[in-house]
Design a protein around this ligand. Structure first.
Ligand code: MN
Length: 238
């Protein structure tokens, strides 16, 4: 517990240097617009042990401080060596990721996806309060339960490493799909594009220590962690 807190404070301090005002309130508009100067690890809005027992402390610690940090380090190193990438926002790097090549695609994607993922979970149970999000879910999928079923199916069917997404298109319609590796729906030229409002990491590093091969148990447990107020905020801001 003490170690977790120390790590959290250290991480928080590092995050503050790079992204300034980053907080749960401005993540989406903030982080995607931020240039790599250089990019830095965002502050978690909770401690490493806060999502127990659904996500264990060791998994959270390694996932945030090692995996996410590695994407950022690789991205910063690559940007430092490529003048044409300097000064680009994370959003621009993601949108044009295919054009910028695999290092940007994997690591700008990795930085964006994980930054979003942390904010989309909460140790405190939440529910949807916004009627327009409820309406969009009902008109797109028929019911909340059906949306949950289709999203879970997308997370389960993603072969190998990747992410499942709930995203909104320009007509206010919600779409569910999954992407491989660190691709995301912002990237031009991938199968599905839209603005992500909910995401789950289904790489084995996200669950293997606690759940081993049982991805379904992880996905089912993860639903109780969804921060619906963040989902609403992203939906309303699209
Ligand atoms: Mn991950």
């Amino acid at each position: 517990m003490k170690n977790n807190r120390r790590q959290f404070i250290k991480t928080a301090a590092l995050g503050t240097i790079g992204l300034g005002l980053l907080s749960s309130e401005n993540l989406f508009s903030g982080i995607e617009a931020t240039g790599g100067d250089p990019f830095s690890l965002p502050i978690l809005p909770y401690t490493y042990d806060a999502l127990e027992p659904m996500i264990d402390t060791l998994t959270m610690t390694i996932h945030h401080s090692k995996h996410h940090q590695a994407y950022i380090n690789n991205l910063n190193k690559h940007i430092a060596a490529n003048v044409n990438l300097q000064g680009k926002s994370l959003y621009e790097l993601c949108v044009n990721a295919k054009e910028y090549g695999p290092v940007v695609r994997n690591n700008a994607g990795g930085h964006y996806n994980h930054s979003l993922f942390w904010e989309l979970m909460s140790p405190k149970p939440t529910t949807i309060k916004n009627e327009s999000l409820n309406q969009a879910i009902n008109s797109s999928f028929g019911s909340f339960e059906k949306m949950k079923e289709l999203f879970t199916e997308a997370a389960m069917k993603r072969f190998g490493s990747g992410w499942a997404w709930l995203m909104v298109d320009s007509n206010n319609k919600l779409i569910i799909n999954s992407t491989a590796n660190q691709d995301n729906p912002l990237m031009n030229g991938i199968d599905i594009t839209g603005k992500p409002i909910l995401a789950i990491d289904v790489w084995e590093h996200a669950y293997y220590l606690h759940y081993q091969n049982k991805r379904a148990d992880y996905v089912n447990a993860w639903w109780s962690l969804v921060n619906w107020q963040k989902v609403e905020q992203l939906f309303l801001a699209h």
